[in-house]
Unconditional design. Sequence first.
Length: 311
Amino acid sequence: MIRKSGGVLLKIYTNLDNVTSYKTFKDMRKWQRERRKKVKDLTVNIEQCPSKKVLELNENRSKTSYTWVGHSTFFIQMNGINILTDPVWAKRMGLEKRLTEPGLSLAELPEIDVVVISHGHYDHLDFPTLKKLPGNPQFFVPAGLKSLFNKKGYQKVVEMNWWESTEHSGISFHFVPAQHWTRRSLKDINTSHWGGWIFQTPEETLYFVGDTGYFSGFKQIAERFTIDTVFMPIGAFEPEWFMAPAHISPEDSVKAFSELKARYFVPMHYGAYRLADDTGPEALERLIQEWETQQLPKEQLKVLLLGETVF
């Protein structure tokens, strides 16, 4: 879709099946009225891992590892390179304070080789964080975001459309669909894309879902890839009448995992920022309950503490 703004033609990105996830001002007002009636306990938060592998991560050059920093930020080591997903170390998100400290500090990171961005929302793309990253990383971003990165001074940027792939240091990076939307200002609604990232070597395949509602794309992705580990969002789903098109519920995340036929499920996108009415512990409790209801093997669910590493 093409839209004209200020005499400039802008490409507008859409979801599969023409699903619209952007809400109106009237919807926002209705949600805010409902929210005032709810009282949630925000004193119980996701815990920090008591035994972090900082030294091992800095020395590692051969093993695959993943470490949950918080929200949608993972530090992934694969094929000898260091990857960050949606790096956000921000202490605030809008008016809300961060509920938990990041699992790793920026100072504890080794030099970063690659950064992938799922979309342009501020809780997934934080330029103040990017400025502080060690190293000189290659950025992989959704179509429509490269010009913004260039304006901010970043030149090592590759933007991609859904189903496009590129190779870096022996890893194939695939940009795959998600069901979401994006906006950073009043005039840029959906002028860049959104999606997930698949990291693939001959030995293994990891899938970072990004931000998404439940959608038909999971089945399409399963037809193209054999996935070992999926990093799946479970939070910011309440109220579901408002959030469902853009944020998957814990129950639907389990359904998506089954459709993907992946080996391991790593939950994310919960507990760091209050973006919706659910809390981190609520999201996790519902995930575990649904896992048990579906009688899935316990060893396939990898719930991480902040800063916890899996080799």
